[in-house]
Structure formats: C-alpha cells, structure tokens
Design a protein around this ligand. Sequence first.
Ligand code: AMP
Ligand code: MG
Length: 329
Amino acid sequence: MNRLFLAFIGPIFLVIGCQSERTPIVSKTEEMMGTAVHVSIATSKNEKTQGAQSAMNEALEEIRKVENIFSLWIPESEVSRLNQEAWEKPVKVSPPMAQLLKASIKIARETHGAFDITILPLAQLWKEKMQQGSIPTREEIAQAKARVNFGNLSISRQDEVRFLRKSLALDFGAIAKGYAVDQAVHVLRKNGFRNFMVEAWGDIYVSGTFGKTRKWKVGIKHPRAENEVIRVLEVKDQALSTSGDYEQYLDRGKRRYHHIIDPRTGYPSRRCVSVTILAPTSTLADSYATAIFVLGPKKGSELIQRKPGFKAIIIFESKGKLKVIEVGK
Ligand code: AMP
Ligand code: MG
C-alpha cells in the first residue's frame, strides 16, 4: 500500500505517495517572500542530481529577484520606491512591475474592484490592529478605505506609472508570490527539467509527473480542522493557489477578522472561508484565489466558469455549516 506523507503544512501542500516507486527527489527550501519556499525535482536518473541542485539554486535566486521588486519590507524595493515617488512624478517601471500592474488592473476591472492592489492602507491598518489584538474603529476604516481605488492608478504605454492621488499605495501581496513561483518554473524548464514542483505557502506549481507516470498529488487543508485535508487532487502542469480566512486572523465573539479585505466595505470579506484556484499559471491562480474570495461563491463561480483552463474549489459557511462548490473543467 502507498504510504502518504504530507510534505508541507501550508494551506495547500504536496502529498507524495508511493514508497514503492523510489523516485529520487531532490528538494531545497529557503526562507523568502515572508515564507518558506520549496522546490522539489523528481529526477529520473541519479546522475541528474548535480544539475538539479544548480537549477534549484538558480530558481530560488529568481524568486529572490522578484522579492526585491515587490517586497514592502525592503525599503529599496521597486514597489517601496513607487509608493514614495509616483505621486510627484511619473516613474518608469521594470518589465515585471509593468506586467503585474497590468494584470492586476485587468482583474480589478473584471471583478468591479473586489480585487484591488491599492489595498495597502486598509491591509496595513487591519494587520497592525489585529497584531495588537484589536480591530480598527469605523473612522479609521473609512479614512483608509477612501485611499483605496485602482482607478487612481495610471500606467502609460511607455510603462510610466503615475498616482492620481497622493495617498495611493500599492500592495502586491495577493499576486507577487504566484508570479515568483512562475519565474522559478521558467528557470527549471529552461534547465531541461519537466517533473518538479515549486511551492510558496498557498501557491504551488506542479509540472509533469512523479516517477514515470504517476501524477503529483496536492492536498488542500481543511479550513476548520487542524491537520485535516479536505481534498486531494492529482495535478499535472498546473498551478494551484489557496486563499483562506485561517491564515492571519483574530476571532472576536462570533466574528472572524482576517487579512483578505473587501475594498468596497473596508472590512475582511466574509463570503468565503477558503478558495482554491487551479489555473495555467501561478500568477493567475494566486490573484484569482484572492479575487474570488472577495467576490464570494455565487459571483466567483460564475466568473471561473467563463474562464477556460480554470477550476475553483470554493468553501463557504451557510447556516453554520461548511459548503463546497467545485466549478470549471
Ligand atoms: P492571498 O493570501 O494571496 O489571498 O493575499 C492576501 C494579501 O493580499 C493580503 O495580505 C493583502 O496584502 C492583499 N489583499 C488583501 N485584500 C486584497 C484585495 N481585495 N485585493 C488585492 N489584494 C488584497
Ligand atoms: Mg492570492
């Protein structure tokens, strides 16, 4: 019988089966983008191990580059500079920054503002308060909410970014990790590897197979039961991302406050408890998982159904019970 082992304990994680198969796996983990990033390559021959090590190092290096562009914790990162300067003058941005800005604006329009990368004032406010064990006041929420509006963000054909309001500030927390995973995937493919996975807390890309033919298995964490899995999916050449209300949260009475904010109300979105998106790229899976979480089960499943190559597993609470909707082909 296959023995399963759960490789990581994020919202989604790799479940590797089959002791019997004895596929050599080369893995590496590094702390970056505020989490642990894992790369695993299933090598067909032991002699490939050497190449796998250097490809993994190169892939992780690529993720580091993405972090240096999008991290709000790094004062010299491109996003930190943009947040300081784009009100005073137009700022020419790098190709990765232009790519994520355009992708984010597209999703913001498509979701009528449920997804909005100008969320920073609200995201920061909730984070700070929750860390102190409290919640913001109505006035504080109203003030921060007034600053959030992707319509005040402009990007020219020459990739020059301009903020149309002084108080605008960008936060790529819902999309940059997925993009980083995609960049690592490109590096591994460029180095000739086909069978591997890259995972960064909640965002995973699974390429090829495990062993000769077996598909990699990915488990989705049960949103309300510690150490339980709600689904195990067999996947190949696909990205999966999960956004959940159990990652950073504060429970107050019956209410749960967490890190995924509805820009239209200024409060954490209560429509879902967990959303997993399967998509062709990790950038898309990451951003749509957050977007669908805010849109909710009804509008969210309608949107995913219109998108070829997308699937969604949407978990929400209704009358005190968990319900699961699965959509897409
Ligand atoms: P994720 O864990 O991928 O769902 O991303 C959550 C992070 O994205 C939060 O910590 C915020 O930084 C940011 N965020 C929160 N709400 C939104 C939203 N409605 N649109 C875009 N980004 C958001
Ligand atoms: Mg996301």
